[in-house]
Structure formats: structure tokens, C-alpha cells
Design a protein around this ligand. Structure first.
Ligand code: TXA
Ligand code: MG
Length: 310
């Protein structure tokens, strides 16, 4: 259904009754269910085929809602980042406040929770309709597959198992939100994403990578994820028989598709998942090297996962 007042009304009805709605965000399309409704949350896991031990991000519709879910000791930390980046593509993992109303299934037994306030037209529309959420909202793809950046992608993966898809065209960001957490009083980068580290640095002086000897805090951080069916060959400088070649930047090589002919990382992020889906009819997708600065860090993170052994 095309986005707009009618679609929002319908979405609110479905979500209030425990149904599932795919919603566009500034990053990728999400599969939304009411976060306080156990059955809705269970259906989200089932629809995606997602392992129940992989927790979901709790999406608030306005920034202020986040504070009631987060342990009060973390409010100063939240404040700085919320003011700098929300609504926007930054997810913050914090210790939970006591007795939060979120379904335990969404939290997968952890004592932390991930909070995000997306930038999208439907958030204020939903509040105007008297629906305040919060929503669980993983990316609206089958578990392990690449995230959807158009309504058609959602339909291809989940069309027969969800109640409504709201179509607002291609997502402007194209890769998922950046996820930050806390470890020993330092801020750690749990998942590079649409908010680049360069943008974060003025707000966080102590940004670190998580302690790699510790076990992954969430299965979403596992190596193989975000993968097309085809094999993926990285840093490719040639196209071999049986391969499709995905280029980046100006090149003499014949590309099946080019993430950004001008070498623009924002454009490449917008195109990445759509192009991986388009080329996913060959045995192997060979991908040109992508620089690692700015959004390149998140792009390379997703590509390494797409190329990892399955
Ligand atoms: O841009 C996005 O973040 C999209 C849009 C739809 O909002 N959502 C998204 O959700 O990417 P999902 O479920 O595909 O990825 C959420 C990631 C997973 O890797 C999950 O393991 C991690 O966040 N996560 C959730 N709760 C966590 C927690 N308490 N601690 C650590 N990681 C957590
Ligand atoms: Mg996902």
C-alpha cells in the first residue's frame, strides 16, 4: 500500500491487534510488531525465520520515550547521542530499566536492550492516530538474507506471511543503523552502519571496538549474515567466467552493475542491497574494492559478512 494517511490508519489498526506491518525507514525496510505484545513478537521471529536468541531493536516513535526503557544511570550517555542523532540511523544498546513493558521474547534473555528512534514520516502520523508503540522492527528480510531497501524486496521475502507493506519508495540510506553499546564505561561500536564513525567522533571521545575475546553480545554480529545466495568474491580486479562484476567508481572493467560510477559512498550504500539482489542469479558475484573511510566501513563490514563461509 502506498504510504499516506490511509495506509498509516490501516497500519495502526493492524499493529494494535498484534499484526505485522513492513515499514520504510531511513535505513532499510523494517518488519514491525507491537513490542509489548508477546504474540506479535513471536510472529516477527517466525516470519523471518530468525533464531529466538537474537534480540530485536525496540523502536520508539519519539526520542523522549527511550528514557523509560533505559537504566537511569545511562541517561547522560543517552542524552548526548539522542540530541546529536535522533531521529536517525543510530541504535543505542543500554542496560534495561526495571520492569519495562517490552515482551521478554524481544529481549532474548539479555539484561540490555537496543533502542532506536527512526526518521520516517509514519512516526508522527502514528502518534497523531493515538498509537505510541514501541515497535520491534528487525529488517524485513528472511533471516540471514540481505536487508530490503524497497517494498518489492519485502514482498519477495515475506509477502505471504505478513499483513501489510507500506511502500514509500527506495530507502534513502540503504544500510542498517549503526549500533553502539557500553563496555566498562566506554562506548563500543557493535555494528558499523548508516551513521559513520566520522560523524560520531565529535560526540564520543572514547569510541572503541568491542573486546573481541568476549563472546558476541548478539548473534546478529555473527560472521555470516546479510548474504545473497551467490558466492561473493571481494576486492576483485577482474571478472571471471560464471561471475557477475559489481564495480565501484570510474573503471575500465566491464561492470554488470556499478555501485557508484563517481565513487560516492552514500550512493553505493543506497545501491548495495538492491544490486546484490539483482545480481543474485549467478554463481559468484565479484565486487570491486571499496575504500574503508566514512560509510565505506559499514559497506565493507556487510560485504565481509556476505562473503563469509556459511
Ligand atoms: O536500521 C536498522 O537498524 C533496521 C531498521 C529496520 O530499523 N533494523 C535492523 O534490525 O537492522 P535487525 O534486527 O536486523 O538488526 C538488529 C541488530 C542485530 O544484530 C541484533 O543482534 C542487535 O541489533 N541487537 C539487538 N538487541 C541487542 C542487544 N541488547 N545487545 C546487542 N545487540 C543487540
Ligand atoms: Mg537484519
Amino acid at each position: 500500500m502506498k504510504s499516506g494517511p490511509e495506509a498509516y490508519q490501516r497500519a495502526v489498526e493492524i499493529l494494535s491487534q498484534g499484526g505485522l506491518v513492513a515499514l520504510p525507514t531511513e535505513t532499510v525496510y523494517g518488519l514491525a510488531g507491537h513490542a509489548i505484545n508477546d504474540d506479535a513478537v513471536t510472529r516477527v521471529y517466525q516470519a523471518k525465520g530468525r533464531p529466538s536468541r537474537n534480540p530485536l531493536i525496540v523502536h520508539v516513535l519519539e526520542s523522549e520515550q527511550a528514557y523509560s526503557f533505559a537504566d537511569p544511570h545511562t541517561h547522560d550517555w543517552l542524552d548526548a547521542l539522542v540530541k546529536g542523532f535522533w531521529p536517525g540511523p543510530l541504535t543505542l544498546v543500554v542496560p534495561q530499566a526495571e520492569n519495562i513493558p517490552v515482551s521478554g521474547k524481544a529481549l532474548a534473555g539479555l539484561d540490555t536492550l537496543a533502542l532506536r528512534c527512526p526518521k520516517a514520516g509514519w512516526t508522527s502520523a502514528f502518534i497523531g492516530l493515538g498509537f505510541e508503540g514501541p515497535l520491534v522492527m528487525p529488517s524485513a528480510n528472511r533471516s540471514g538474507h540481505v536487508s530490503p531497501t524497497t517494498a518489492q524486496h519485502v514482498f519477495d521475502d515475506l509477502g505471504d506471511v505478513i499483513d501489510l507493506i507500506i511502500d514509500d519508495g527506495p530507502c534513502p540510506g540503504g544500510i542498517e543503523s549503526t549500533v553502539l553499546g557500553m563496555e566498562d564505561d566506554h562506548t563500543v561500536l557493535l555494528r558499523p552502519g548508516s551513521t559513520s564513525v566520522d560523524d560520531l567522533v565529535p560526540f564520543i571521545s572514547d569510541l572503541r571496538l568491542p573486546n573481541s575475546s568476549a563472546k558476541p553480545t548478539a548473534p546478529g554480529m555473527l560472521k555470516s549474515h546479510y548474504a545473497p545466495k551467490a558466492k561473493v568474491r571481494l576486492d576483485a580486479h577482474d571478472k571471471r567466467p560464471g561471475e557477475a562484476y559489481l564495480g565501484f567508481g570510474p573503471t575500465e572493467l566491464e561492470c554488470d552493475l556499478n555501485l557508484s560510477e563517481s565513487g560516492n559512498l552514500e550512493e553505493a550504500a543506497r545501491n548495495l542491497y538492491a544490486f546484490l539482489r539483482k545480481l543474485d542469479t549467478v554463481q559468484t558475484i565479484a565486487i570491486a574494492p571499496i575504500p574503508s573511510h566514512g560509510l565505506g566501513e559499514a559497506l565493507n563490514d556487510r560485504l565481509r559478512r556476505a562473503a563469509a563461509d556459511r
